[in-house]
Design a protein around this ligand. Sequence first.
Ligand code: PGA
Length: 216
Amino acid sequence: MASGHTPALTCELLAAELKNRQIDYSQLRFFGLDEWAGLAPEAKGSCARDFMERLIMPLGLQPEQYFLFNALAANLEEECRLMDRRIEAHGGLDIVLAGIGMNGHVGFNEPGTPFTHLCHVAQLEAVTTAVGVKYFDAGTAVPQQGITIGPAHLLSAGTFIIMANGEEKADVVRQAVTGAVDPAFPATMVQLHKNGFMLIDEAAGALLEEGNVMRG
Ligand code: PGA
């Protein structure tokens, strides 16, 4: 699952549903999609802090139930291989809930990332760091690199959902759904997935044709 603004309400509703309906989620295993390189888990702006506050603590998940990138690891490549092994040890991802960036990124899979990539360290585009400013205290430098679960894991998940909300996402949603499948616009990879969906609000879907939309 992604962190940040896009899935915030989903996290809230998910935590409430699991608890209120007394669903047994002891077998739930949670994987954090990505992290800013070099950021401590408790630092403002870190994805780990977001996951902890929105899902892990409200649900009381035990350490063996969640897997987050250690963005402070001395060797981030090794950290990537460790996450690859964890994902593989669990038989791959069942459900991916990701977001979409203003350059079409999914997680920190920036434009140009081959769809065959596993977990990897990414150089972030200026648009990504500029949008990311909202997650950090004023004056804090936004990291220029990220660590992310790669397209190969997302594409072999059981269900692959990209969420988007707000009118500022309308154009990237349109490109993801109707554009040619190309790593140059990573979110187009959702078209390759047999259970691939965009889960959007009305504003983010404003540029889609009716035929591409299911209301619910
Ligand atoms: P967001 O962007 O910050 O609007 O949730 C999602 C993303 O960049 O993946």
